[in-house]
Write a protein that binds this ligand. Structure first.
Ligand code: FE2
Length: 223
């Protein structure tokens, strides 16, 4: 993600309202200083999940509470429940890269991008939450999206390919009471209120609760 997108969203959002980033900041050891500088300029706290294009240290992933990376920027380990204004928000990052073939040779691929068994177990044990925020959407939501099959062909994957993380997220959602779910990973914004499912989209902000005027065609109109 481009740091300037977060700065722009920060300027367009009332101060003090926290951001929960749905993953793929593109946080790597060599970009940590850039993100720290960005966060210091914000009017709020940012809590970030891990995506499949991040490389957070495994020790942070194993922490039992958010890990502060810089002033106003914290990493949220999988299976953490954050509370915002009385709202219990369950957090689970991770996804499988379909473009691993291209990213691995240049060292921008994290072998731990998916959920490890310990993280799945922790997430399953979060207890009921009011909202689930994930990087990868649940499998049933992905199937509703009908993503272009050409994308899989482009990366040399069979049309039958499924991200195992998506099935894990679907199971975790059921285990924590089937709450509304907000996800990232898919770059196209998506709103399916009847499924209680939302995908933020690339470089966008999704207010919560989502306004009633979310587009029934599946696209919402947030900045
Ligand atoms: Fe992703």
């Amino acid at each position: 993600m481009d740091p300037t997108a977060i700065v722009a969203a920060d300027r367009a959002t009332p101060p003090g309202v926290p951001f929960l980033h749905v993953g793929d900041l593109d946080y790597h050891p060599d970009s940590a200083a850039i993100w720290a500088r960005m966060a210091a300029s914000l009017q709020r706290e940012v809590f970030a999940l891990h995506g499949n294009h991040d490389r957070f240290e495994l020790a942070w992933r194993d922490a039992t509470e958010p890990v502060r990376l810089a002033p106003q920027l914290s990493f949220v380990p999988d299976g953490t429940v954050l509370t915002f204004g009385g709202l219990r928000v369950g957090c689970v990052g991770g996804a499988t890269s379909i473009d691993r073939r291209d990213r691995e040779p240049i060292g921008r691929w994290d072998p731990h991008e998916a959920l490890r068994p310990s993280e799945v177990a922790r997430a399953m044990a979060m207890g009921p939450v009011d909202l689930l925020v994930t990087h990868c959407p649940p499998q049933d939501v992905i199937e509703r999206l009908l993503l272009p099959k050409d994308l899989l062909r482009h990366y040399g994957l069979p049309l039958s390919w499924r991200d195992p993380v998506a099935a894990q997220i679907q199971a975790i959602r059921a285990a924590v009471g089937q709450p509304p779910v907000v996800s990232g990973h898919i770059h196209v914004p998506f709103a399916a209120p009847e499924l209680g499912a939302y995908i933020v989209g690339m470089d966008r902000v999704l207010p919560w609760p989502v306004p009633d005027d979310a587009d029934p065609e599946g696209r919402h109109r947030f900045p």
